[in-house]
Write a protein that binds this ligand. Structure first.
Ligand code: PMT
Length: 208
């Protein structure tokens, strides 16, 4: 199972809180897994992308809550999960079903925490299931990613940092490091996301 893309947290019928994820990284991993014979369920936030491999089962969602529900509903039947989505950590507390009008005054939108999907899966994961997380960082990448690995009970974490040109959101390339739960770190050079996906799936194969 894979999560990919952004989530959109609705404010009113025309506005949302979101982020810059295109889905490219997660979709590339889904294609790579399917090309090696895996049965893939891709839970995707709003993305322009389409899958090429028709064996990939796509569940389209919009918000973090929907992604959480779709992920929790199918994880039990999965051999593992790769959490490549950029999930909004907060959502507006209130939704206005009419477009909010501009009145020239300051406006405050109260945000409430969304469920942490990776951490929730980390809590229910069995010993024979593998959980892979991503960490998108802007500073202290290794330290922050290692904390996420422990907190979310990941088997390994794929770190990408916006400090590196050509890494992260929207680009066709990425620069990653993989850190496992024993603290071993493997660094990879700049590659196109399809080649990064091969590296991640190669690393994953040793868990099966
Ligand atoms: O889609 P692209 O444009 O190709 O960009 C790829 C990417 C930068 C989005 C991808 O490589 C990436 O880093 N994805 C994870 C982004 C992120 O939200 O990282 P994080 O450090 O905030 O989250 C840590 C982990 O917890 C991630 O596996 C995330 O999916 C998961 N998470 C986070 C919050 C939440 N509420 N639920 C989650 O499951």
């Amino acid at each position: 199972m894979l999560t990919a893309g952004p989530t959109h947290e609705k404010i009113d019928p025309v506005r949302f809180v979101g982020n810059h994820s295109s889905g490219k990284m997660g979709y590339s991993i889904a294609e790579e897994l399917a090309s090696r014979g895996a049965e893939v369920t891709l839970i995707s936030g709003p993305s322009q992308l389409k899958v090429n491999d028709t064996s990939i089962k796509v569940t389209s969602v919009t918000s973090a809550k929907e992604m959480y529900e779709a992920s929790m509903a199918c994880f039990d039947q999965m051999d593992g999960a790769i959490m490549a989505a950029a999930v909004a950590d907060y959502a507006p507390a209130d939704y206005s079903d009419k477009k909010i009008k501009r009145d020239g005054e300051e406006m405050v939108i109260r945000l409430v925490p969304n469920p942490d999907i990776a951490a929730s899966i980390g809590e229910i994961k069995r010993d024979n299931q593998v959980l892979v997380g991503f960490a998108l960082e802007t500073n202290d990448a290794v330290e922050n990613a290692s904390k996420k690995l422990k907190k979310k009970n990941l088997d390994f974490v794929v770190v990408n940092s916006l400090e590196n040109k050509g890494a992260g959101f929207q680009t066709d390339t990425n620069i990653i490091s993989i850190i496992n739960r024993y603290g071993d770190k493997t660094d990879y050079p700049l590659k196109v996301k399809s080649a990064v996906a091969m590296d991640i799936v190669d690393y994953l194969e040793q868990y099966f």
